[in-house]
Design a protein around this ligand. Structure first.
Ligand code: PGA
Length: 255
């Protein structure tokens, strides 16, 4: 792994502003070793401000939004632009989470446009890819995740100096309690790394962290972080509880 592991909490449609404040009162990872991982949280947009106000100083926690629109503004009811998210204090944005792709019909093309908008607004995109159970059973893991990655490679190639994070989240492991084994994660991460290096060169493509997501919990974090090419974790359900998220951050400190 190059650099510190990234421990990211995707809060989805959970935690209102009061609940976010309460979360940070109880979020107390014990990081006596001094080797804090990079910690990120993704509240809903309406709780973004509450999160910024309540963030602890130690460990530092970065904040992001869960989705952006690719247009700069206009008649797009319910959407927020990358520049608006940035101006509201977001530093990161999830893009292409499987719930966006499969519940809201987000296409590979839209994911590419959103990544371009994020990079243009100096938001760090956390680009999510992952296969569904039937695709995996049909032996199409590589085809699906490479198709999703290929859709963003041209825009990554045109922003070679910008920070980018990738997340592999097998859809069958999200919210199901079914975690990919470290070997499953490594297999997918190696496929993604190979393509990143091929397309962007070793210097850029070799250093983009690839996070694993899907039923990450305090007791499986360390072994997942120990797998080849796993540079962090993207945590849904277990990031909503400040005690369990603290333990995941502690596991990241030991990685
Ligand atoms: P989960 O969600 O940890 O609840 O499986 C992960 C995600 O959707 O990012």
């Amino acid at each position: 792994m190059t650099g510190k592991p990234v421990i990211a909490g995707n809060w989805k449609m959970n935690l209102n502003p009061d609940e976010v404040r309460k979360f940070f009162q109880d979020f107390r990872p014990n990081l006596s070793s001094g080797s804090a991982p990079e910690v990120l949280v993704f509240p809903t947009s309406v709780s973004l401000f509450a999160a910024q106000v309540a963030l602890p100083a130690d460990p530092e926690v970065g904040v992001g939004v869960q989705n952006i629109h690719w247009k700069a503004g206009g008649a797009f009811t319910g959407e927020i632009s990358a520049a608006m998210a940035k101006a509201s204090g977001a530093e990161f944005t999830l893009i292409g989470h499987s719930e966006r792709r499969h519940l809201f019909g987000e296409t590979d093309e839209e994911v590419g446009l959103k990544v371009g908008a994020a990079l243009g607004a100096d938001l760090v995109p956390v680009i999510c890819v992952g296969e569904k159970l039937e695709e995996r059973r049909e032996g199409r893991l590589s085809e699906v995740i490479l198709r999703q990655l290929d859709a963003v490679l041209p825009v990554l190639g045109s922003h070679p100096t910008k920070r980018i994070l990738l997340a592999y989240e097998p859809v069958w492991a999200i919210g199901t309690g079914e975690t990919a084994t470290p070997e499953d994660a490594a297999e997918a991460h190696l496929i993604l790394r190979g393509r990143l290096v091929e397309a962007l060169g070793r210097e850029n493509g070799g250093t983009i962290p690839i996070l694993y997501g899907g039923s990450v919990k305090p007791d499986n974090t360390a072994e997942l972080l120990g797998a080849p090419e796993v540079g962090g974790v993207l945590v849904g359900g277990a990031s909503l509880d400040p005690v369990s998220f603290s333990k995941i951050v502690e596991a990241g400190a030991g990685a």
